[in-house]
Design a protein around this ligand. Structure first.
Ligand SMILES: [Zn+2]
Length: 110
């Protein structure tokens, strides 16, 4: 198996203190500075994930999917989807962002 290539992930960075935040929000929760869009590497570790077996109406056609919380190496946590949810995807597992679909980051566990 080849290792998937990591894509950058869109997050917010405080213009004053540099704090990263997944958003959406306008002000830095640490110093109330202005948050601006930025890109960071999509490498991180899996915090947790859960399977959505009864999707809301907007996603019903896609069937079941996995939502994941990922701690990016860059320094903030974001949610996304997990492309390969299985018994191998345990907390602390390395993940990479491998796609962006409808503004949702898709992560793949390595
Ligand atoms: Zn700040």
């Amino acid at each position: 198996m080849t290792t998937p290539t990591s894509q950058n992930v869109a997050v917010l960075r405080c213009a004053d203190c540099g704090q990263l935040d997944a958003g959406p929000r306008d002000l830095c929760p640490k110093c109330f500075g202005r948050l601006e869009p930025t890109l960071v590497p999509g490498d991180g570790t899996l915090v947790s994930w859960t399977m959505i077996r009864r999707p809301p109406a907007a996603f019903r056609a896609e069937g079941a999917y996995a939502v994941a919380l990922v701690a990016l190496d860059a320094g903030c946590q974001i949610t996304g989807r997990l492309a390969n949810p299985d018994d191998n995807a345990t907390p602390g597992k390395r993940v990479v962002a491998t796609a962006l679909k409808d503004s949702v980051t898709i992560f793949t566990a390595l």
